[in-house]
Write a protein that binds this ligand. Sequence first.
Ligand SMILES: Cc1ncc(COP(=O)(O)O)c(C=O)c1O
Length: 455
Amino acid sequence: MNMPTNRVKKLTGHIYSPWGIQNAGREVKTITDAEGIFFYDDNNKRYIDFSSQLVCSNLGHKNPAIVEAIIKQAEKLQYVNPSFITEIALESIEALLSVMPKGLNKFFFSTSGTEANEAALKMTRQFKAPEYKIISRYNSYHGATSAGAAFTGEARRFISEQTRCATEGIVFAPACYCYRCPFNMTYPQCNILCASYIDYIIQKEGNIAAFIAEPIVGTNGRIVPPPEYFPMIKNICDKNNILFIADEVMSGWFRTGKAFAMEHWNVTPDIITTAKGVTSAYTPIGITASSEKIFNFFETTPFSHGHTYSYHPLASAPIPAAIAEYKRLMNAKIIQKGAKYLKQKLYELSDKHESIGDVRGIGHFWALELVENRKTKVSFDKNKEQKTMTAKVAADAMNKGLFVNPWKDALIIAPPLIITEDQINEAIEILDNSLTIADEKTVSTGIKASRSSEF
Ligand SMILES: Cc1ncc(COP(=O)(O)O)c(C=O)c1O
């Protein structure tokens, strides 16, 4: 259906758009349909979804098995008070147990990644009382409500602090960001100072209850740590008897080639929080998975947390179907093949475009970080132009039929895990074209693009 522009403008003027100024007359696309890796606007124009929307549509759009599961559940039981148990909750738990890292077998269901982290925070603070401080990292994103925002190591935290709704007791550690090392060091000579420094923070702060991190930083850059980083962190946490929370909201669900990214380093945290891909975003679900040790504490102490929509039956409906789909795609090697090809094509692209300073990632989770100058790594947007260079490139790609989300200096390359080689070729061809906009403003250095996730 083609919506008349004035109606769209009028009605969108009544909606708060997230994380930005409210421009009632803003141009916004009306999306009317989606299937597989494609979505369509009201002019029936087709777009390749190269960012899985907000890195959540992992299985693409209109997956028949998931749609059927939702319909069946809608016909049967949509909602009951979460103190009851439902068949879909039992099936979801069974499915979760088949993929969760061993030892993380106690679950709390909510409806978003933020809420999954909020539950983790309350769990931790009850379990660890009187210790209450949490170490988080700069360049992290953990959510929009007070606890999630308080953990967040970038600018989306600032307003929460100003409005005094941030939770007390969050301490920030340097990010593990090898392309722009906060200590200005180089791997491996750095001896992973960003990990050992966590021990120093713990000693100096006292009262630390937990450490929280995205295993691979998501929105803020798809930053892959060196192989020693998380095993070191886990040792430091264990030695100091503090909990390790892995926020796998974005990095979970085979986005990096494993069910959960922490599996790349054989490290099992005390708590995993996740959302997004658990239902492939067909319905909103957040999950907080803890160890038995934490759960057992609440056998005698009331767990002070819950929502009207905890274990929501209709929202839970896609969980077993999505997990079965992930397993099918892994068994058929579709995810592994796509990831290998995507990496090859992104490396080729970075050989061609001088505006790509760093190409990094893993699985279907990549960043192209754009720079004005590969030698100095100076950002295009040092002058805080209204529209960042990544936004300009992304806008051009969108005109050509490719949706790729920009975030600060990096493009988010995170297509659905079902993407084929031909579809990758089509997307890369568009990006190849659009990146010339950035190349034109780039200082030529003769230096190759960095590949900071190759260790
Ligand atoms: C790592 C991480 N944690 C938490 C969140 C918050 O999840 P939600 O937007 O579902 O509340 C996000 C969202 O992008 C995220 O990437």
